[in-house]
Design a protein around this ligand. Structure first.
Ligand code: CDP
Ligand code: MG
Length: 133
């Protein structure tokens, strides 16, 4: 069964949107198999977002991502990696379609509520990074 790494970001926790977002995952009949609330630090963010460390927005993103706890999850289902990316919506908030999580709730590209792995291979790396073996 395919798995993906999902993380509800600090704005989702602070805004009280965890239940709303979890409901959408459950309504899609994906299975949440593991959850834990953790607070990230710059070191793990430099690893997790290695492709973005040189971008101008990276420092603001670190400030945001370390501003409070995140809800880390493993979600399972057929084609769940792509399926979760579909229900999350596009990275840029103005491109995220209404009916998606980001399209319905985000008005910032940095504070965009949710992370989801972008490939099956990265999903396994990220699950290992945040949940261990
Ligand atoms: O999260 P996603 O995989 O959709 O996008 P990404 O390109 O992997 O970027 C990771 C995160 O960096 C985004 O979710 C945003 O929080 C942040 N980001 C940003 O602040 N400004 C951008 N222009 C692009 C990404
Ligand atoms: Mg990404």
């Amino acid at each position: 069964m395919e798995r993906t790494y999902i993380m509800l970001k600090p704005d989702a926790v602070k805004r009280g949107l965890m239940g709303e977002i979890i409901s959408r995952i459950e309504r899609k009949a994906f299975k949440i198999t593991n959850v834990k609330m953790i607070t990230l630090n710059e070191e793990i963010l430099r690893e997790h977002y290695a492709h973005l460390v040189d971008k101008p927005f990276f420092p603001d993103m670190v400030t945001y991502m370390t501003s409070g706890p995140v809800l880390a999850m493993i979600v399972e289902g057929d084609d769940v990696v792509k399926g979760m990316r579909n229900i999350m919506g596009a990275t840029k908030w103005l491109e995220a379609e209404a009916g998606t999580i980001r399209g319905d709730y985000a008005n910032s590209t940095t504070e965009n509520l949710i992370h989801g792995s972008d490939s099956v291979e990265n999903a396994e790396i990220e699950i290992k990074r945040f949940f261990g073996e």
